[in-house]
Every structure is written in structure tokens, then in C-alpha cells.
Write a protein that binds this ligand. Structure first.
Ligand code: PBG
Length: 355
């Protein structure tokens, strides 16, 4: 028993003049009652350490060729592949809602895929056209583009394949040219999701050399080889044709390595670093947050979305509450911004609730 505990033990329960020499104010129960700050909704809000706001969210978008097309994705209920005309309208709505940015992915027909990702560099390709149209229609919208070869690769890999291996430096060269082509179309940020070594520095240099100093880079710095990308690969039909992505995406066992990757990307000129997936990697978000100075994004990936949707469909979980609790967990872990398929739903909830 400590001295203060001994003193307290001898006191009646509500004896207000007691003095506790070592800890004059914080003397424990009953003086300290954490529940006082939880007594009402207003009080809880007042003392909340973290909050969600519309500008916390980046909304991913899956764009397809054609017109007036809105295709459901079986493993991602309530999320759609959209043709560009509909995607532009959707983006305008999201912008009005205050969502921070859209992150564009395109679905490329099989006939346009090859090993080098040639179509990725097409100045009139779907991505480039999408960026132009979106910036024209909603100039204030922050448009981010996915940079990786997998949607364009006949092998479904994020880089060029030679002899069954994904080769680094040649892939980086294509990724840098791809980034410049997105910047030329008007992209505000390029978001390399490929995990090749050295690509952030090369992309930064290429952007500078081509007079795009204002184009940002959101680097997928700690992207893990994760099973939680499954529904996304359904959405884009982009699953690897052979093997897996473990020779470039990170091993889920590692956290120091994530910090090192993020620090390298920061040093190479990344404006935002990202950790992906999200919920199973909250510790990684925290570790990265404490070791870099640039903003940290987290990607609440397709499989995380699908799990809540599936449980909610079965009536096993409250979808909205599960969504909000998960999104708040990202902020608590230290994420400055969250890429999430919940963006619109979360923002609609946040803007209508007035407590
Ligand atoms: C591909 C890419 C993937 C995701 C974003 N970009 C999948 C992968 O690496 O195979 C996953 C996003 C999600 O699951 O929501 N470069």
C-alpha cells in the first residue's frame, strides 16, 4: 500500500478535506470519475479527442468505357463501376458534399492490355480523358490517379514481367512516364500503388523535368501483400495472372520496414505517404505517423468494406455504426486522410447529424 492509499483507507468515503501528499489532485476513486465526461452526448462531443469531417475522405472511383453505364460489383454492394459521363456527375456530387478528393482507377478491356502497359501512356486513354473531363466539369475537385501497371498488364502485375519476374527499373520508367501523362491531363496528385523501388524519386524528377512542379505524389509507401484486395480485383478484373504480389508488396509481418519505406518516400519527394490496407494495420499507421512529417493517408480497402457489408446484410452488425467506428479508428491511429468506399455515406451522415 502506498502512503496515499494508506491515508485514503482511513478516511470516510466523502471526506473532502483530506490531503494526499504525493498526489494532491489526482488521488483516484472516488475523486476521479471518468464517467463525468461521458454523461451526455454533448459532453462526449466536447471532450472527444478525434472527429471525422468530410475533408478527411478520399473517394475511390472505378471508371469504365462507354456511356450511361453503372455496373454493380458483386463483392462490393452499393459500389459501382461507372462510365465517364456518370462518373463526372458522381464526382460533382462528392465535391459538393465536401469530400477531399477522388482517386481514379480505370478498367481496361483485355484487348488493350500488354506486358509493357502501353495503353497506360495513351494521351487519349480512359484515365487521361477522365481526368480532363472531371477537371473541366468540377475545377475545384482534387483529382488523384492510380499509377501502376496492373489494370493495363496482360499479366495483371503492377510492373513489367520478364522470365516470370517483375522487373523494377524498367517498370519505374513506365510509371514515371505514366505519371507525367496524368499530370498533363490535369491530375492534382498521382498515386503510385505499385511498390517498385525508387519510383517516388523518379516520378518526382520526371514531373519537375516536364514542368509539373505542382503535381503532388501520394505514395502507397507501405502497401502490404494483402488478401483484403480481393473485391477490388473483382471490380477491375485485375487479379495477377500468375503467382502473387509478394515480391513487391510488403510482408504483413513487418512494421519497421513500413516506417523505412515511408521515410524513403518522404525523402524522395512524396507529399503524402500511405499505409494500406487499413484496419488490420492501425499499428503501422501509428508507427508511420510518428516517424514522418508529411501527411499520412490510410486506405480502408475493398475487403474491409465487403466484410462490414456482408455482416450487415446478414443482420449481424449495424452497418452505419460499424462504418463510423472504423473510420474514427483511422483518425485515432494517426491517419490524416482516409481513402474509403464509405466516403459518401460517412459524409452524408456527418453533415446531417447535429447533436
Ligand atoms: C493495384 C491496386 C490494388 C488496390 C489499389 N491499387 C490492388 C492490388 O494491389 O492488387 C486495392 C484497393 C482495394 O482493395 O480497395 N495497384
Amino acid at each position: 500500500m502506498s502512503r496515499s492509499e494508506r491515508l485514503l483507507a482511513g478516511q470516510p468515503k466523502f471526506f473532502f478535506t483530506m490531503t494526499i501528499p504525493e498526489h494532491p489532485v489526482t488521488s483516484g476513486f472516488p475523486l476521479i470519475r471518468g464517467r463525468r465526461n461521458r454523461l451526455s452526448e454533448r459532453r462526449r462531443k466536447m471532450v472527444a479527442e478525434h472527429r471525422l469531417t468530410p475533408s478527411d475522405f478520399i473517394a475511390p472511383m472505378f471508371i469504365i468505357e462507354g456511356k450511361e453505364r453503372k455496373e454493380p460489383i458483386s463483392s462490393m454492394p452499393d459500389y459501382y463501376r461507372l462510365s465517364l459521363d456518370l462518373a463526372v456527375r458522381q464526382a460533382a456530387v462528392w465535391y459538393e458534399l465536401g469530400i477531399a478528393a477522388v482517386l481514379l482507377f480505370v478498367m481496361v478491356p483485355e484487348s488493350k492490355k500488354d506486358n509493357e502497359g502501353t495503353e497506360a501512356l495513351n494521351e487519349n486513354g480512359l484515365m487521361q480523358t477522365a481526368v480532363k473531363k472531371m477537371k473541366e466539369a468540377v475545377p475545384g475537385l482534387t483529382v488523384m490517379t492510380d499509377v501502376a501497371l496492373d489494370p493495363y498488364s496482360s499479366f495483371g502485375h503492377d510492373g513489367i514481367v520478364r522470365d516470370g519476374r517483375i522487373i523494377n527499373d524498367e517498370s519505374v520508367d513506365v510509371l514515371a512516364r505514366m505519371s507525367v501523362s496524368h499530370a498533363r491531363a490535369g491530375a492534382d496528385f498521382v498515386a503510385p500503388s505499385d511498390m517498385m523501388d525508387g519510383r517516388i524519386g523518379e516520378i518526382r524528377r520526371a514531373l519537375e523535368a516536364n514542368a509539373f512542379p505542382d503535381t503532388g505524389i501520394m505514395a502507397y509507401s507501405a502497401k502490404y501483400a494483402s488478401v483484403f484486395y480481393g473485391p477490388f480485383r473483382d471490380a477491375l478484373d485485375s487479379a495477377p495472372g500468375f503467382g502473387d504480389k509478394k515480391t513487391y508488396q510488403m510482408d504483413p509481418a513487418n512494421v519497421r520496414e513500413a516506417v523505412r519505406e515511408a521515410q524513403m518516400d518522404e525523402a524522395e519527394g512524396a507529399d503524402i505517404v500511405m499505409v494500406k490496407p487499413g484496419l488490420p494495420y492501425l499499428d503501422v499507421i501509428r508507427a508511420v505517423r510518428e516517424q514522418v512529417q508529411v501527411p499520412v493517408a490510410a486506405y480502408n480497402v475493398s475487403g474491409e468494406y465487403a466484410m462490414i457489408k456482408a455482416a450487415a446484410e446478414k443482420g449481424w452488425i449495424d452497418e452505419e455504426a460499424a462504418m463510423l467506428e472504423s473510420l474514427l479508428a483511422f483518425r485515432r491511429a494517426g491517419a490524416d486522410v482516409i481513402a474509403t468506399y464509405w466516403a459518401e455515406k460517412a459524409v452524408r451522415y456527418l453533415t446531417k447529424s447535429r447533436v
